[in-house]
Design a protein around this ligand. Sequence first.
Ligand code: NAP
Length: 243
Amino acid sequence: MNPSALITGASRGIGKAIAETFAEAGYNLALCCHNSEKELLSLAEELREQHSVQILTFVGDVADYPFVERMAEETLAAFHRIDVLINNAGISYIGLLTDMSLEDWNHIVATNLTSVFSTCRCIVPSMVSAKSGRIINISSVWGNVGASCEVAYSACKGGINAFTKALGKELAPSHITVNAIACGVIDTDMNHCFTEEERLALVEEIPAGRMGTPKEAAQLALSIATGPEYLNGQVLTLDGGWI
Ligand code: NAP
């Protein structure tokens, strides 16, 4: 039987690369996105054809608990288990804290942090029954060190880091691991808000001399999913030596 994984935010960027990498490794997948339905359906079709794996797709908001609950239930009904949960969906907010509304704060926390609670709350019971599972949270170096003008985003990612360490301890007796990847600058739509000049200035600060690729984040996610059970509760930084 093929292993299975549920990946949030799989229509673009890092989540799409993770979907491609896991499908190539033979995983049946449940993929979700918020708005890019056409892109998600076309990715699913491509992965089914290329790798003969089963792909389920869901379009909805990870900040909406009933949506997450339905996605988990339908995935478990189809695949009977979820071996790997990858919490990747996320949004950024750039601006001064003093310009941020309470509504914007609640939106970013619900999307980036509460969504991680929701997927885990809905999927962990099945992993505990199976006495196995891997949870991988896509975090950010800003969760480690904080970024000016990204206070809410940094707080969410810092929250994910602490969530990872705490849940890793809670679930280790059930042979479930919880780890996070703290990404540096990965070349996706999320960074397309920067001008060419700003991108060049950013790259100059990175010892590796370039941005990371979504494929590199996906390779690390697959290594964690297939690696030792003794790797648990860790936040692994993937940033080309930047921070
Ligand atoms: P991206 O290219 O902007 O893609 C974001 C993905 O998340 C899309 O599939 C999007 O779906 C989905 N998504 C966003 N809000 C959602 C919601 N409410 N419900 C369901 N799906 C939602 O971003 P990315 O750069 O790949 O980032 C992926 C993760 O890596 C994020 O958690 C981000 O914080 C983290 N990260 C990225 C970088 C970086 O430099 N790129 C650095 C550190 C951490 P739609 O297409 O439907 O909008």
